[in-house]
Every structure is written in C-alpha cells, then in structure tokens.
Design a protein around this ligand. Structure first.
Ligand SMILES: [Zn+2]
Length: 418
C-alpha cells in the first residue's frame, strides 16, 4: 500500500487539519514507584503523560533511590507492564557511591541525579565531592542532572527564619533564596568545565540563572539549563495565598510582567536547553498535612506541561518548532534516548496530534495524575491534544488513556550488554 509516493508498511493515521508533533520526552519526572505510591505511581503518572502528549519519561524517586545495578535491575523488572509510555531511569548519587559510578553507567541509567544540598532525604555533595563526581562523569562521558541550591546558605537562612519564629508561607523565597541557587550553579558549572563533564542544571528558576549557564556554555562547558513551566506560569507571591500548594524548590521567582517577559525571551533566544516538568506530585490532603516547613515539596505537571507550552505557541510567545525542539528532540539527544524526539524515518513513530482550534479548561477533576489537582486549575489553554501514538500505536485519544501499559525501558547510552 502507498499514500502518495510514500510506501506504507504499517498503519495510516489521518491527520488532516491537525498539527503533528514528535512525542514529548520528559526527562525530569518522579513517579514514586516503587516508593510512596500514595502520592503517585507509574500507571497513573504515565496515563497523564501519554494523554497529554508525552511518550517518553526519565524517572527517579528520591525516597527509593537507585544506587546499585541490582536495584536498577529490580526496578526495571518491577515496572514491566506498569508504564503507558517508554521510560529511562536515573540513579541518585550518594557521596560514598562515587567509586561505583562506572558500574551504574554501564548498567543503563540515563543520568546521575546529584544534589548540592541535602533535600528530600538525599545527601548533598559539597564542592569537593561534586568535583570528584564530575571528574568521573567526564571520564565516563556520562551525564548528570544537578539540583543546585547552596547547602550553607539554605541552612543559614533556615536557622535565621526559625529563630525569628517564622512559619508563614512567604518565608519560602527567603529560605530557598536566589543567592543560594546562583552560588550552587556557579560552583557546578565551573567544575563541569574543569572536568569536561556533561551537566544539566535542573529547574533553572530565572533568567539570570539561565544566563550564568549560557556564559559557561559559551566558554566551552557542556552545561545545559532545564526549564520548567512553573517558573514561567506561577508568581513568587502566590505562595502567600496558596501555601504548600505552591511549595517547590527552587521556588517561583516571577514578580511581574517584566520577569515573565524575560523568561520567554530567554527561552526564545536559546538560553534554556530543554523543557521538563519536574513532576513531583502530592495529593491535596498530603499538601495540607503540614505547614510551609513540613509539607512535601513539589508540583504535579505531567497533565499540563505540553498544554501550557502549546497555549504559549498558539498565542505567539514561542513557535511550535520550539516545542518540538525543547520538549522532544533536545532532551532525547542530550540523554541519548535512541529513536526518540524525531519524526524522521527510522525513529520510533512516537507522535502527537494537536487541534489548534480546540481548547482545554484545566480542572482538578480532569487531572489523571494521582495528585488530583493542578496549580493551573481554572486556566483555559488554547489547542487540544487529539491523540498520542507510541511506537505507531495510539496510547490515548480524545483525552482518554487506553491504559494498555505498552511502555518499555530504554537503556541509557552507557549501557553495556551482559
Ligand atoms: Zn525533581
């Protein structure tokens, strides 16, 4: 059979009048599975992902970290039949595990997750440990995603705020300050350059921080700045009204239209290398269970990230091509996810059909993540996702997941067979 001049060996999908995008590749996702599955799990999280245009995720769960090849193998086998999208897995790096990095990279992880500050129970690496880790990273030609907040500065701020008896939500941006983020980024990008290490700075919260990364890249460092929708959409002051429902770190920084414009112009100018969600959901009850100090960090995002950026493209803030690059081809390339991020012949036939004339009103009831709520509830996003295909097969249509769990593990680029 043939369509026009193109010979066809598989299925034919009629996309008349629709936009065709490569499937999104979201490389910063926490699905808590195995782990605290009362917050999220692979079936729910990947239903949300697939239905909203994401066909590949790279997952890591802080409270059940992957630190050895044995635990990685167990997790891969546990996840068989639990994922609606293809997935890679990342390892967490403890300071005492630096000697085992080669074994982990060869076992097929997508990247090492490194913290510069002790967060979510994962110990931070100080500058000397981070230097040793990035030296090994460079020698392996491996990749790291680094959460950058300076431990000394966040600890000092916490002591000061607690001494003052503060427990109001407004303390979040003082506790997790811009200075703490910039200080850690400056240290990490310099170490990355020294050691020739491929490093992505996680969830860069503002345009000044992105600029720091760009300057290092111009000087030859293989460093990338990850962008997340919350730093474009949410304002610093929202935490005062919404409390723990806006608790994530680094926190939202935008204070007004100028800041927001700078984020979009930085994205258009290539100051951010790719987009991810940092999907780290909790339910409303879990978020309400503590104050601003004790409530869990993180936001749900898999349901809303492509719709948010599609809306921005249809409004003219970015191009549709920017979405295909930033949320699909660039992350696939950066993490060596073969067959992903492309519509070229020979790639995996992961694609999304979008109706530019449609729209989607976000409501908590429509959220497929176990979180069951969204910080974007009430917003109307232009464009609607008509269907998502994974390796040539529909995994969701008209906003409904098929839930066939056909997702498979994609080994990282360092994978050594046997
Ligand atoms: Zn994260």
């Amino acid at each position: 059979m043939a369509v026009g001049d193109v010979p066809v060996s598989g299925i034919v999908v009629d996309a008349s009048g629709l936009i065709v995008l490569p499937g999104m590749v979201d490389t910063h996702v926490h699905l808590m599975d195995p782990g605290p599955t009362d917050r999220e799990d692979f079936p729910h999280g990947t239903r949300a992902a697939g239905t909203r245009g994401i066909t590949t995720v790279v997952e890591h769960t802080h409270s059940r970290p992957v630190r050895t090849p044995e635990v990685l193998a167990e997790k891969i086998s546990y996840l068989r039949g639990r994922s609606n999208v293809d997935f890679g897995l990342a390892a967490h790096l403890w300071p005492e595990d630096i000697a085992n990095m080669a074994a982990m990279w060869g076992a097929g992880i997508s990247f090492f997750k490194i913290f510069t500050c002790t967060t979510h129970g994962v110990p931070g690496l100080d500058a000397s440990s981070a230097g040793r880790a990035l030296e090994v990273l460079g020698s392996l030609d491996a990749s790291a995603l680094v959460h950058c907040e300076d431990e000394a500065l966040t600890a000092l701020a916490e002591r000061t705020l607690r001494d003052q008896g503060r427990d109001d939500p407004g303390l979040l941006s003082e506790w997790r300050s811009r200075d703490a983020e910039l200080t850690a980024i400056a240290t990490i990008i310099d170490l990355a350059r020294t050691h020739g290490a491929r490093v992505t700075i996680a969830h860069v919260s503002d345009s000044a921080a992105a600029r720091l990364v760009s300057v290092a890249r111009e000087r030859g460092a293989d460093v990338a700045a990850e962008a997340c929708p919350q730093y474009f959409a949410l304002e610093e002051s929202e935490v005062i009204e919404h409390g723990p429902l806006r608790k994530f770190t680094p926190p939202a920084r935008i204070r007004g239209e100028d800041d927001r414009d700078r984020m979009w112009s930085t994205l258009r100018a290539g100051g951010f290398s790719h987009i991810s969600t940092d999907h780290a959901p909790s339910t409303l009850a879990q978020k309400a269970s503590g104050d601003i100090w004790t409530a869990p960090f993180g936001l749900p995002g898999l349901d809303t990230t492509l719709p948010f950026f599609l809306d921005a493209a249809l409004e003219g803030l970015i191009e549709l091509e920017d979405i295909a690059r930033l949320y699909s081809s660039a992350p696939a390339l950066r993490y060596g996810l073969r067959g992903k991020g492309s519509l070229e012949p020979g790639s995996d036939a992961d694609f999304v059909l979008v109706d530019r004339t449609g729209q989607w009103r976000v409501e908590d009831e429509g959220i497929l993540s176990k979180a069951g709520w969204s910080p974007y509830a009430g917003r109307v996003f232009r464009g609607s996702i008509v269907a998502t295909y994974l390796r040539g097969r529909a995994i969701a249509e008209s906003g409904r997941p098929h839930d066939e769990r056909t997702g498979i593990f994609i080994p990282g680029p360092g994978y050594v067979i046997g």
